[in-house]
Design a binder for this molecule. Structure first.
Ligand SMILES: N[C@@H](Cc1ccccc1)C(=O)O
Length: 491
């Protein structure tokens, strides 16, 4: 016989059912040493093994309400009124005979049932009305609840009486357990009422007692309970991977302030003071102001106004140092790169920054006001456009994107400018940020003499593609179900 691994409780229930066939948990508790809860639990386990069947039933019973009892004796209000009159009668007179409340109820029902009409304050009875179904039903019911079948009352009539609150419905739940044929067989084969051992103790081993015991075997077919181990957030894992790649490529990680002056966020990057990106609707402006770095104010001002001493015309107009002092939440991490270069103007510099930037975006599936950027700069002698493309290609390849291409782009601070794109099977070419070589208008005023390759790549976009998300917000919401499901590594 198959090892069913019955617990002592299951055996007790099975033996009890062998005699009774069907029983309620309370019956089982009465007839065995078990409590109702244990009897129920054992019954469900037996059901799982096909040895018994547990059935839950809800039974409905009906009885008269207090109001119903009253009308069962004296008749429904509409009947009481009808009995009192034999022709048109004024409601006022009736109210004196019966109570105003009773007449109120009766009038409604008389009209609804077509037993009488009401005209100018008088009730005019129709021809004789025989006893109706609801009256017959009322007479049949009592104060003890009975199932519908036993009353012989039509379901619709009963429902109406319940609605009229003359009858109350009582629901009782009952559970019965019936032994199955298989259960009978097992019970008949003789069950020993001994408890199997689930845990082997050192005492049993020492005394040798274990030799006379039977052991409960494991059910290796049963799926184990899932364990959700703590792990790094998938988005953070991806960010760490990108950081690792740049470190391996010989870059140094840099950090900067979230709050930046407009000077470092815009002016030092040769972004004109009337550039639309600086407007309130695009940028989070703060009330505070920053000191400007004295050593660069003049050169940056001159570059904006007239192109400094190089072959450039600048933007023209007046450059306003007050505008440059205004603090903003950095709109790109390029503000961190450019400050780092100003502080370290001697080649070589190979730095990256992977951090948060802020823009006033309306939140939707592809826009959030906070997002991550992966920023990088390379400054060295003889750096060329080809080096820039090679560097980015290398990064994307290491991230696992085979196909990378570059579209021409535009940024006020780079020339030439490109927008790198990677090819994704279901999506086609996906744009992932911007890159270029810093213009002389950017590097000259800060005393940087060598060419600078620069890029700012979207991180969350890439994460979405990687993690198969349709909505950027999911990256930041930490939905526990999604987190549990996301694998630690792709197999
Ligand atoms: N700062 C640009 C990206 C960029 C960085 C560096 C050079 C060129 C472009 C952006 O936020 O979109």
């Amino acid at each position: 016989m198959e090892n069913l691994n019955l617990t002592l409780n299951e055996k007790e229930v099975l033996l009890f059912l062998e005699k009774k066939g069907t029983a309620s948990p309370a019956d089982i508790a009465d007839g065995t040493s078990l409590k109702i809860e244990n009897a129920t639990q054992a019954s469900f386990l037996l059901e799982e093994k096909g040895l018994a069947e547990v059935k839950d039933e809800v039974s409905e019973k009906y009885r008269l309400s207090a109001e119903g009892v009253q009308y069962a004796q004296k008749g429904l209000p509409e009947r009481q009124v009808l009995n009192r009159i034999d022709g048109p009668t004024s409601i006022k007179d009736l109210q004196e005979m019966l109570s105003p409340q009773m007449v109120g109820i009766a009038t409604g029902w008389l009209k609804r049932k077509g037993w009488a009409s009401v005209e100018k304050g008088n009730i005019i009875p129709a021809a004789d009305v025989c006893e109706t179904d609801d009256e017959i039903a009322l007479a049949k019911l009592g104060e003890t609840a009975v199932p519908l079948e036993e009353t012989g009352i039509d379901q619709k009539v009963m429902k109406d009486l319940v609605k009229r609150k003359l009858v109350e419905k009582e629901e009782t739940k009952s559970r019965t357990i019936t032994i199955s044929a298989e259960g009978q067989k097992i019970a008949a084969s003789g069950l020993e009422l001994t408890e199997d051992i689930t845990q082997l103790t050192s005492r049993m081993l020492k005394s040798g007692e274990w030799k006379n015991k039977t052991f409960r075997s494991y059910n290796i077919d049963k799926p184990p309970k899932k364990v959700f181990a703590a792990k790094v957030h998938p988005y953070q894992r991806l960010i760490d991977q990108m950081r690792q790649i740049f470190l391996e490529m010989g870059f140094t990680e840099i950090k900067g302030d979230i709050i930046q002056s407009s000077f470092w966020n815009f002016d030092a990057l040769f972004q004109p003071q009337d550039h639309p990106a600086r407007e309130m609707q695009d940028t989070f402006h703060l009330e505070s102001r920053s000191q400007l770095p004295d050593e660069y104010v003049e050169t940056v001002c001159s570059m904006h106004e007239k192109g400094g001493d190089i072959e450039s015309r600048g933007w023209g107009g007046k450059w306003d140092s007050d505008v440059a002092k205004r603090n903003v939440l950095r709109t790109h991490t390029t503000s961190v790169s450019i400050k780092h270069l100003a502080d370290n103007p001697e080649p070589p510099v190979k730095a990256f920054c992977i951090d948060r930037a802020y823009r006033r975006e309306t939140i939707d599936p592809t826009h959030t006001p906070e997002f991550e950027q992966l920023e990088g700069v390379v400054m060295d002698r003889n750096m060329s456009f080809a080096n820039l493309l090679g560097c980015l290609k290398e990064f994307y390849h290491r991230m696992g994107f085979e196909n990378v291409r570059f579209r021409p782009g535009y940024f006020p601070y780079t020339e030439p400018s490109v927008e790198p794109e990677v090819y994704i099977e279901e999506l086609g070419w996906v744009e992932l940020g911007g890159a270029g070589i810093f213009r002389k208008e950017v590097t000259e005023p800060l005393g940087i003499k060598e060419p600078v390759l620069a890029w700012g790549l979207g991180v969350s976009r890439l994460a979405m593609l990687r993690l198969g998300l349709k909505d950027l917000r999911e990256l930041y919401q930490s939905d526990i179900e999604w987190l549990r499901k996301s694998p630690v590594c792709k197999l």
